[in-house]
Design a binder for this molecule. Structure first.
Ligand code: CA2
Length: 150
């Protein structure tokens, strides 16, 4: 029997479960559910199986990254607020040994100063920000290239 290729992980951080319900001027009107469907559809077109997870808890995100080491082929992550605070999440991503693409819906560089720095960016293979929900499709497309050359 041929073992099916492992999926890629799309990991969303704190408060992204509120997408579409508040702050549409900044984050758009798409819900997390819509974004996850976009990821599954984009993955299908790229020949990638996609698994999506969201958590509001730093430790749960870190556990998901650690588990991805053996269960997934790559990670697309929107660390949300933890981008700007979490050395622990950065350390987990640095150790995972998989291609990582960081995505942000908004252009974090056009926003408040405290959002300009992401701890995750220094360990990500690529960073996409400001493209809204489409950024996830771009991130998966790039992840597929990184996996292909691996
Ligand atoms: O632009 C992004 O994707 C962010 O990662 C979103 C984070 C923010 O802390 C980052 O600086 C940039 C916030 C996600 C919170 O999303 C909400 C959505 C609707 C209502 C309230 C929060």
């Amino acid at each position: 029997m041929v073992t099916p290729a492992a999926p890629v992980l799309v990991l969303n951080g704190p408060n992204l479960n509120l997408l579409g319900l508040r702050e549409p001027a900044i984050y758009g009107t798409d819900t997390l559910d819509t974004i996850e469907r976009l990821c599954h559809d984009t993955g299908k077109g790229l020949g990638l199986r996609v698994e999506c997870r969201q958590s509001n808890h730093e430790g749960v995100l870190i556990d998901a990254v650690q588990e991805a080491r053996t269960a997934h082929r790559g990670i697309v992550i929107n660390p949300a607020g933890y981008s700007h605070t979490s050395v622990a999440l950065r350390d987990a991503l640095a150790a995972v040994g998989l291609p990582v693409v960081e995505v942000h819906l908004s252009n974090i560089h056009r926003r408040e100063e405290f959002r300009h720095h992401s701890y995750v960016s220094g360990v990500a293979d690529a960073v996409i920000c400001g493209a809204g929900a489409h950024g996830y499709a771009l991130a998966l497309t790039h992840l597929a290239r990184l996996i292909a050359v691996d």
